[in-house]
Design a binder for this molecule. Structure first.
Ligand code: SAH
Length: 213
C-alpha cells in the first residue's frame, strides 16, 4: 500500500483545512493527518481523497466528509481504551480514526458488500476493530455497555434501543432527521433513566435503514 510524499502533503493540508473550519481537538486533527484516506477510495480518486468532501464508495453509500468525521469524533470525546460502538462501517475511514485515538471499536454495517470490503481493507491496513454484519438499530446487546456510541447515518429518530446500551456517563452522537438533513445530537446518559440532549448544527448523511441487505 503506497503512501507517497504527495499523499502526506495533501493530508497535512486536509488537517489544516479542518482546523481552519473549527476543529480544536489536536488528537482528532492528528488522526486526520495520519489516516491514509486514499486507501478507502477507489484508486482513480486520489486527488479527491484529500479534498474535504464526501465521496461515493459503492452500494449507494458515501465515505463521510473529513470535516464531518472530525466533528463527530470531537463531539464523541474519545479517550484511550474507550469501548465504542460505531453504526455504519461504510468505507471504514471513521473506524480507523477512532482506532488511531486508542479506542476499542465495535463496528456494524448492514450492507454485506461494504462489510466485506471494509473488513478486508482495515485488516490489511493493520487495524483491528470488531466487525459485525447486521442492523445497527439493534446494536450489540451482548457487547454492551459502551462508553460511546457513534452513528454515521441519518437516523429518522433517536434510536432508543441503543440508548440502553450506553454506560452511565457515556455519550451517543447521532445525526437525527430525514432526507432533507439532520441535526447533530449528543445524548449523555447521566443516570439509569436520565439522559441529557444537546444539538450541534446541521449535517447531511445517507439514511440509517432497518434490516440487513
Ligand atoms: N462511517 C462511514 C460512513 C458511511 S455512510 C465511513 O467512514 O465511511 C453510512 C453507512 O451506514 C453506510 O455504509 C450504510 O450502509 C450504513 N448503515 C445505514 N443504516 C444502517 C444500520 N441500520 N445498521 C448498520 N449500518 C447502517
Amino acid at each position: 500500500m503506497i503512501d507517497s510524499y504527495r499523499h502526506k502533503g495533501l493530508r497535512k493540508k486536509l488537517a489544516d483545512t479542518i482546523t481552519n473550519k473549527g476543529i480544536k481537538d489536536q488528537k482528532v486533527i492528528d488522526a486526520i493527518g495520519k489516516v491514509t484516506r486514499h486507501h478507502f477510495m477507489d484508486s482513480g480518486f486520489v486527488e479527491f481523497a484529500y479534498r474535504d468532501q464526501a465521496f461515493p464508495i459503492g452500494a449507494g453509500q458515501t465515505i463521510s466528509q473529513p470535516y464531518t468525521v472530525a466533528f463527530q469524533t470531537e463531539l464523541l470525546q474519545v479517550e484511550k481504551h474507550h469501548k465504542i460502538l460505531e453504526v455504519g462501517t461504510g468505507s471504514g475511514y471513521q473506524c480507523a480514526i477512532l482506532l488511531e485515538l486508542g479506542a476499542k471499536v465495535h463496528t456494524i454495517e448492514r450492507q454485506r458488500e461494504l462489510f466485506l470490503k471494509s473488513r478486508a481493507l482495515l485488516t490489511e491496513m493493520g487495524y483491528k476493530p470488531y466487525f459485525y454484519y447486521g442492523d445497527g438499530y439493534k446494536g450489540l446487546p451482548k457487547n454492551a455497555p459502551f462508553d460511546k456510541i457513534l452513528i454515521t447515518a441519518g437516523a429518522p429518530e433517536i434510536p432508543v434501543e441503543l440508548l440502553k446500551q450506553l454506560k452511565i456517563g457515556g455519550r451517543m452522537v447521532v445525526p437525527v432527521g430525514g432526507s432533507s438533513g439532520q441535526v447533530m445530537m449528543a445524548i449523555d446518559r447521566i443516570a439509569e433513566n436520565e439522559y441529557n440532549e444537546s444539538e450541534h448544527g446541521h449535517f447531511s448523511f445517507v439514511p440509517m435503514l432497518k434490516g440487513k441487505q
